[in-house]
Each structure stands twice: as structure tokens, then as C-alpha cells.
Design a protein around this ligand. Structure first.
Ligand code: NAD
Length: 360
């Protein structure tokens, strides 16, 4: 048996976590679930949205499947998700974007993987507020040492991009491409403007690529990349990006394949991996057995592949794809008309997927 922490989350979290657990168990993947809590519900009882026992369990198991968590306001936690990523140094955010027949989308046959750096760039949290003494000190230093002048009434966000941080994420992208039999890695940047950050990113990307001669490598400037993804997404395969561009292009690519309901994800590091849907806790649907469990189930597919349970992952993905393509036992958001009375609930959609697994 393989131990996996199941973080049930809050809002719609517990419903989709249960649906996903049942679907994964139906593949006979041999998962032993350690159930853990996080989010606003457990905070009401224990005073913290991320109990130490949950963090310890994830560290011990090394792999977690996590349902969405509401970001509580005013607790000192900017976001539990960010906290988890930082504590466990989950430096790679993986977002496959794949077309499934039956999902409404303007595009067909998309099969892209976004690999986003998770720890650096403008999201590193190094910020200086307008009007503060430290900020004035920094601005004066910059104005003394640079030809360019920063206005005194500026707020400042620092964008660190390191050799170490770039090397490990680009290597991750190539290793992932090799493991998954993919053909090409595209490194995205704005090196023509930000020479010392994105320029470094590009130089390091090129260096790392030399070690992977079996996989094609190319680079693209981020604005051009956005246009190309809209015009000819079929040209791309694995795309590796710094944090900020990765955040934006992940959503762009999720949009290409039909949106949040079918967008799985993972945050992966040396110390562990957390698999989770891209969407949030949708609190207004809590407890209604209404929302689409597919994004978390497909995150479970990624998890099974990460655990090298390839046959089980394929079985689960095929079952999901069949149920979506049939369009019968699907939740309201997958029906052409969202008020369609034939839409089924979260747990009934899971039942339909399990039936396909069992009859495969
Ligand atoms: P959301 O993703 O929860 O909801 C956005 C929209 O999508 C809503 O209309 C919602 O009803 C719909 N939706 C989301 N998931 C769906 C599903 N599975 N099936 C059908 N419809 C679905 O985003 P939000 O409203 O901005 O955020 C709500 C809370 O979730 C916030 O506290 C936010 O911080 C948190 N959040 C958590 C995570 C995470 O845990 N990884 C990610 C994003 C947002």
C-alpha cells in the first residue's frame, strides 16, 4: 500500500475529495489514505487553518491529494496554499491542459503542459510599500546607483530570478518531458527587456537544454507566446515559465480547454508533492452535491502517474474521458444548458466514472 494524505479542505472540498477518493480506490491503486484537515472549518474548532498534524502527515507521506481551501481573512496566513508551497519548497507547479471530447471549448486536440516556477520572481513576496522609510531608503540607493530614476512616490516589488531556481525548474520540465514521452520544451521569458532576470532565465534554460539532446528546445518571448497559444496551440508541448508568466499562461491554457472544471494541477518539490484542482472552494455550492469533481479527479490521475501507477492512472483518465464524452452523467456545468434538469450531482458523476472503471 502507498500512503497518501487526503486533505479534505473546506467549501466544496469534502464533497469532491470523497468523490475522488472513491474513483481512485476503484482503480485498485493500493492507496492507504491518511485523512487530514485544513481550512476554515478546522480553524473554527482549533484556531488554525493548517493544523501541525496535517503538515506533519504531508511531510511523512510525501504525497498529498488536496481539495480546495478558502483563504481565511485576517489570520496571519496570507494563503494556506502559499504557506504549504513555501514550507515544503514545492518549487514546480504542473498544469496539464488537455482537450476532452464533450467539454465545451473553442479549441480541439489541445495537449499542453505548463511548468511554472513557484518560489521566485515578483511572487517571492519581497515588497516595499509606498511612503515607508525603508522604501525611501531603497529608492535613494537605486537612484544613486542606477542611471534610471525611480519616483519617490513608488511602491516596489522585487523580482529575484536565481541560477539555482531556474536550473531546477528547467531541469524539472525536461525530466517531465522525457518521462512522459513528450517531444519539446519551450522556455518563456522577456529577456529582451529584463536582461538580468529574464536574461539569466534564458541563459540557464539554454545551458540545461544541452543536457537533453533527445528533446527539442526553443524559447519564446512571453507576449508572442500568448498570441501563438491562441493562434496555433498545437505547436507547443511542455512550456516552462517563471512564476508570474506561469500564473497568467496557466489560466490562458485552462481557458483553451474549457476552464476551471477540468483543470488539474500539482505542486512538486524534492520533499513532497501536492496534487490539487486549479479551482477554489466555491463556498456558495458547499454541501449541495452539485459541483464538478473532474478537476480533482484528474489531479488524482497526475498523482497516480507521479506514483508510477501508470495503468491505474490510464484507467481513471479513460473513464473520466468516456463519461464526459457521453455527456449524460455529468454535473450542471458540463451540460449545454446550465439549468438542464438531467444534470447529476458530484457523487453521481463519481458513480458513473467508477462504473466505467469497473466495466473496462
Ligand atoms: P473558485 O474557483 O472557488 O470559484 C470560481 C467560480 O467557479 C465560481 O463561480 C464557482 O462556483 C465555480 N467553480 C469552482 N469550482 C467548480 C467546480 N468544481 N464545479 C463547478 N463550478 C465550479 O474561486 P473563488 O470564488 O475566487 O475562490 C473561493 C475561495 O477559494 C477563495 O477563498 C480562494 O482564496 C480559494 N481558492 C483556493 C484554491 C486552492 O485551494 N488551491 C485555489 C483558488 C482559490
Amino acid at each position: 500500500m502507498t500512503n497518501v494524505t487526503l486533505v479534505t479542505g473546506d467549501g466544496i472540498g469534502p464533497e469532491i475529495a470523497e468523490a475522488t477518493r472513491r474513483c481512485i480506490d476503484a482503480t485498485d491503486a493500493g492507496i492507504n489514505w491518511d485523512i487530514a484537515e485544513a481550512g476554515v472549518d478546522v480553524m473554527e474548532r482549533t484556531g488554525t487553518p493548517l493544523p501541525e498534524v496535517t503538515l506533519e502527515m504531508i511531510k511523512r507521506d510525501g504525497v498529498a491529494l488536496k481539495a480546495p481551501i478558502t483563504t481565511p481573512v485576517g489570520t496571519g496566513f496570507r494563503s494556506i496554499n502559499v504557506h504549504l508551497r513555501q514550507t515544503l519548497d514545492l518549487y514546480a507547479c504542473l498544469r496539464p491542459c488537455k482537450s476532452y471530447e464533450g467539454v465545451r471549448s473553442k479549441y480541439k486536440d489541445i495537449d499542453l503542459v505548463i511548468v511554472r516556477e513557484n518560489t521566485e520572481d515578483c511572487y517571492a513576496g519581497v515588497e516595499f510599500e509606498r511612503g515607508k522609510d525603508d522604501t525611501a531608503e531603497l529608492i535613494n540607493w537605486v537612484n544613486k546607483h542606477s542611471e534610471k530614476q525611480v519616483r519617490q512616490d513608488s511602491g516596489i516589488t522585487i523580482k529575484p530570478i536565481s541560477v539555482m531556481g531556474t536550473e531546477r525548474i528547467v531541469r524539472f520540465a525536461f525530466d517531465y518531458a522525457r518521462k512522459m514521452g513528450r517531444k519539446k520544451v519551450t522556455s518563456v521569458h522577456k529577456a529582451n527587456i529584463m536582461k538580468y532576470t529574464d536574461g539569466l532565465w534564458l541563459d540557464v534554460s539554454r545551458e540545461v537544454a544541452k543536457n537533453y539532446t533527445d528533446i527539442e528546445f526553443e524559447d519564446r518571448i512571453v507576449d508572442n507566446m500568448c498570441m501563438q497559444l491562441i493562434q496555433k496551440p498545437e505547436l507547443y508541448d511542455v512550456i516552462v515559465l517563471p512564476n508570474l508568466y506561469g500564473d497568467i499562461l496557466s489560466d490562458l491554457c485552462a481557458g483553451l480547454v474549457g476552464g476551471l472544471g477540468v483543470a488539474p494541477g500539482a505542486n512538486i518539490g524534492e520533499k513532497g508533492a501536492i496534487f490539487e484542482a486549479t479551482h477554489g472552494s466555491a463556498p456558495k455550492y458547499k454541501g449541495q452535491n452539485k459541483v464538478n469533481p473532474v478537476a480533482l479527479i484528474l489531479s488524482g490521475v497526475l498523482m497516480l502517474r507521479h506514483l508510477e501507477k501508470i495503468a491505474e492512472a490510464d484507467k481513471l483518465e479513460n473513464a473520466v474521458a468516456t463519461v464526459i464524452a457521453e455527456g449524460k452523467s455529468v454535473t450542471y456545468d458540463m451540460k449545454p444548458n446550465r439549468d438542464d434538469p438531467t444534470a447529476v450531482g458530484t457523487s453521481e458523476m463519481a458513480d458513473a466514472i467508477i462504473e466505467k472503471i469497473k466495466s473496462a
